[in-house]
Design a protein around this ligand. Structure first.
Ligand code: 1CP
Length: 352
C-alpha cells in the first residue's frame, strides 16, 4: 500500500473496501437522501435556515443535517448535504424551491442563454458547499466515508431546459434529438461544471463520489449513448486522471439492460441499481463487472415490517459474496418512519 493510500480516509473505510473486493459478512450501507424531511431534527434545522437553498449554502447547518442520520443509525457513509441543482444556480440560472412544486428555474431557450452562464461564477458561488465538505470531513470518524456528489449532465439539463421537474421531457428531448449542436454546447458546459464541482469536493475531503442520473431511463439507444454515457464517460476519465484513488459510483436510474457492460464503458467503480433491476440478473451480469449498490424500493422501506424484511433478505441473498453496497433503489420518501430505517440497518448488519 502506498503512503497516499494510508493517509487517505478511503483506504480505511468499509465503503471504500467494497470497491476492491467482495465484502466478507454484511455489506456496507448508506441510503440515498438519508438526510431529509423524514427526520424531525432535519425539519427543525431547515426551519432555522429559512429556505432549502439557504440550508444548502450554510456550512454550519448543512454539516448539521448531514450528520443527523449518522447520530441515529449505524451507517458507513455521510453524504454531503446539497442538491444537484446548485450547479445551474451557481452558473447563473437562478433557482428557487416552491412548496408543493419543487425546483423552479427560468428556463434556457437558446445558446445565447447558455453563453451567459459562467463557470467562474459557479466556482465562487459554491464555496460554501466546499466549506461544508471540509467541515464534515473534520467531524466524521475516519472509518466513515464522505460521499461527494453531482447530478449528471442529462438530468441537470432537463431542469435547465424544462424550468422545473418534468414527466415527459418534451423540451429537453427536443434539444437532444432536433437541436443536437445546441444541446452539445450546454452538455459540454455541464461536463466542465461537473468536473470542477466534483474536483473541488475531493480537494475539500470527499473520498467517494456519486453521479446521479435520475432521468437516464427515458432514452432510446442513440439518446442514451450520446447524452447519458458520453458525458459521464468524459467526466469519469477527467476525475480518474486527477484522483485515481477516489471511487466513482454512477446511479443511472432506469438504465435496465444497459447496465450490462456499463461500468466498463463509463470507467466507473460502482453502479447504483434502481428497484426494478432483477436481483439474479444483476448478480450474473453486473456484479462480476463492478460493485453493485442498491436496491431496496423506498416504498417498501416506508411500509416496513415483514414485507421489508423479506425484500432486504432477498437482496442480501442475491448479492452477498460479491462486490456490494446496500442502499435504496432511489431516495428515502419524506413520510418514512425513522424506526423503519433503524430496523433496516440492524437487519443488514445481521442484528435483527
Ligand atoms: O427540505 C426540502 O423540502 C427539500 C427537499 C430536498 C432535499 C432534502 C431537495 C429538493 N433536495 C434535497 C437534498 C438532496 N438532493 C441530496 C442530499 C441529501 C442526501 O442524499 O441525504 C441529494 C443527493 C439530492 C439529489 C437530487 N436532487 C436529485 C438526484 C437524486 C434523486 O433523488 O433522484 C434530484 C433529481 C434532485 C432535484 C430535486 N431537489 C429537490 C427536489 C424536490 C427535487 C426533485 C424534483 C423532481 O422530482 O423533479
Amino acid at each position: 500500500m502506498s503512503v497516499t493510500e494510508i493517509n487517505s480516509p478511503a483506504a480505511t473505510t468499509r465503503l471504500s473496501a467494497a470497491f476492491r473486493a467482495p465484502t466478507a459478512g454484511s455489506p456496507p450501507i448508506w441510503l440515498m437522501r438519508q438526510a431529509g424531511r423524514y427526520l424531525p431534527e432535519y425539519r427543525a434545522t431547515r426551519a432555522e435556515a429559512g429556505s432549502f437553498l439557504d440550508l444548502c449554502y450554510n456550512p454550519r447547518l448543512a454539516v448539521e443535517v448531514a450528520l443527523q442520520p449518522l447520530r441515529r443509525f449505524d451507517l458507513d457513509a455521510a453524504i454531503l448535504f446539497s442538491d444537484i441543482l446548485v450547479i445551474p444556480d451557481g452558473l447563473g440560472q437562478p433557482l428557487r424551491f416552491e412548496e408543493g412544486v419543487g425546483p423552479v428555474l427560468m428556463r434556457l431557450e437558446d445558446t445565447a442563454d447558455v453563453a451567459r452562464l459562467s463557470l467562474e461564477r459557479m466556482r465562487a458561488h459554491l464555496e460554501p458547499v466546499y466549506e461544508t465538505v471540509s467541515r464534515l470531513r473534520a467531524e466524521l470518524p475516519r472509518a466513515v466515508s464522505l460521499i461527494g456528489f453531482s447530478g449528471a449532465p442529462w438530468t441537470v439539463a432537463t431542469y435547465m431546459l424544462e424550468g422545473r421537474g418534468s414527466r415527459e421531457f418534451h423540451l429537453a428531448k427536443y434539444w437532444a434529438y432536433a437541436r443536437p449542436e445546441d444541446f452539445r454546447v450546454l452538455v459540454d458546459l455541464l461536463v466542465e461544471a461537473t468536473v470542477s464541482h466534483l474536483s473541488a469536493q475531493v480537494d475539500a475531503g470527499a473520498d467517494v463520489l456519486q453521479l446521479f442520473d435520475t432521468w437516464a431511463g427515458v432514452f432510446d439507444d442513440r439518446g442514451f449513448a450520446a447524452w447519458v454515457e458520453d458525458p459521464i464517460r468524459r467526466i469519469v476519465a477527467r476525475l480518474k486522471a486527477r484522483y485515481p484513488q477516489v471511487p466513482v459510483i454512477v446511479f443511472a436510474r432506469g438504465a435496465g439492460a444497459r447496465l450490462a457492460g456499463l461500468a466498463q464503458r463509463l470507467g466507473a467503480d460502482g453502479l447504483g441499481l434502481d428497484p426494478t433491476v432483477p436481483l439474479a440478473w444483476a448478480r450474473e451480469t453486473v456484479q462480476p463487472e463492478t460493485t453493485v449498490q442498491g436496491n431496496l424500493d423506498p416504498a417498501i422501506l416506508r411500509i416496513g415490517g415483514e414485507a421489508m424484511e423479506r425484500a432486504i433478505d432477498d437482496i442480501l441473498a442475491a448479492w452477498r459474496g460479491g462486490r456490494f453496497i446496500f442502499n435504496l433503489g432511489h431516495g428515502i420518501l419524506p413520510d418514512t418512519p425513522p424506526q423503519h430505517v433503524a430496523a433496516l440497518v440492524r437487519r443488514v448488519r445481521g442484528e435483527a
